[in-house]
Write a protein that binds this ligand. Structure first.
Ligand code: NDP
Length: 314
């Protein structure tokens, strides 16, 4: 009999249908079913669940879980709201996800580098005016977070001629990137970044990391890209820094509340570009291949894939 794998998610019905079709095609050895369709006995027996942005409390219905496989890379709510649960939390580490994110980082760094927001503002006012050109080698980029996503994004920026400094919790080596760690390292990276890209996980160590004091460390006119999680940046401090001209622009893909409420003032801020959490969507085909490998290995050998360190929070 095929193992029953609960799929616990709050994504749209359309997205769920896409995932179920991919599971059926690429993981025929597993019976992946929505949690709502499972009997009490099925819930009691389930050893592994697949999750995508779930309501964490729903996992409490599955008392025998050994691990949950997230289809997303960010798992901060699972970590913080299920501290008492013994199961392992396995993040999405599909190399395609890093490719997708690196592409988004490059896209929006180039947009900022080539004065996209200023030309957009000129177009609205029907202004034909050339801004001075600055070569990529003179535009310093800071990448906060040098994990699966940050390291590849930094590498792609280097390949495009930008000087890149990176920051991580522990010392890292990434070819072509000047790497830093610790509070001093953050200070150094911020003070030398014309564009800073946030690719950190949301943990107790990164919540509101970019507050008024740290944003003030950025050079005047610098821009910020947050593709990680909204609460890593103090929104009030960010808006104040944009309003007083210290920051030139912010590209935000993630917010404390998503979807961003229609009446949120950020929508109309001229210094903000808003994306609806689309910088790196998981690709079902490649992600499912990785999930299938993890499940096959576990059911054949009992081996649990590399999991989040609950103490570290990522
Ligand atoms: P990883 O766990 O692979 O990397 C995290 C990086 O952040 C590591 O370099 C780590 O340091 C560093 N880090 C963590 N805590 C700290 C800290 N307190 N101080 C300094 N550095 C720290 O994560 P990923 O690269 O896979 O993903 C990063 C985040 O991107 C995810 O957690 C998720 O929230 C977000 N994301 C957003 C998406 C979107 O569409 N907007 C899509 C996918 C992910 P060290 O190397 O020393 O461990």
């Amino acid at each position: 009999m095929r193992p029953i794998i609960p799929f616990v998610t709050r994504i749209s019905a359309e997205e769920q249908a896409t995932w179920h079709a991919t599971f059926r095609a690429r993981m025929p050895d597993f019976d992946v079913r929505p949690l709502a369709d499972l009997s009490d006995a099925d819930c009691r027996d389930a050893k592994v669940a697949i999750v995508a942005n779930p309501e964490p409390a729903e996992l409490r219905r599955l008392p025998s879980l050994v691990f949950v496989q997230s289809l997303w890379a960010g798992v901060e709510r699972l970590v913080s709201e299920l501290e008492d649960q013994p199961f392992a939390i396995v993040r999405m580490t599909d190399p395609q996800l890093a490719e997708t994110m690196a592409e988004a980082v490059l896209t929006f760094v180039l947009y900022l580098h080539r004065d996209g927001p200023a030309y957009r503002a000129q177009q609205i006012r029907h202004v034909w005016s050339e801004r001075p050109y600055r070569p990529a080698r003179e535009r310093r980029i800071g990448v906060l977070g040098l994990g699966n996503l940050g390291a590849l994004a930094a590498t792609r920026l280097v390949a495009n001629g930008f000087p890149v400094e990176g920051w991580s919790r522990t010392p890292k080596a990434v070819a072509g990137v000047s790497c830093h760690s610790g509070e001093d390292g953050l200070d150094r990276v911020l003070s030398r970044s014309d564009i800073v890209v946030v690719l950190l996980p949301l943990t107790s160590g990164t919540r509101a990391l970019l507050d008024a004091r740290r944003l003030a460390r950025l050079p005047s006119g610098a821009a910020l890209i947050n593709f990680a999680r909204g609460p890593i940046v103090d929104t009030e401090a960010l808006v104040a820094a944009l309003d007083d001209g210290h920051l030139g622009h912010a590209v935000l893909d993630v917010f404390a509340r998503e979807p961003l409420p229609a009446d949120d003032p950020l929508w109309d801020h001229p210094g903000v570009t808003i994306l609806p959490h689309v910088s790196a969507p998981t690709t079902p085909e490649t992600a499912t291949r990785l999930v299938a490998e993890n499940l096959h290995r576990f059911f054949a050998t009992g081996m649990i894939p590399e999991a989040v360190d609950r103490d570290r929070g990522y």
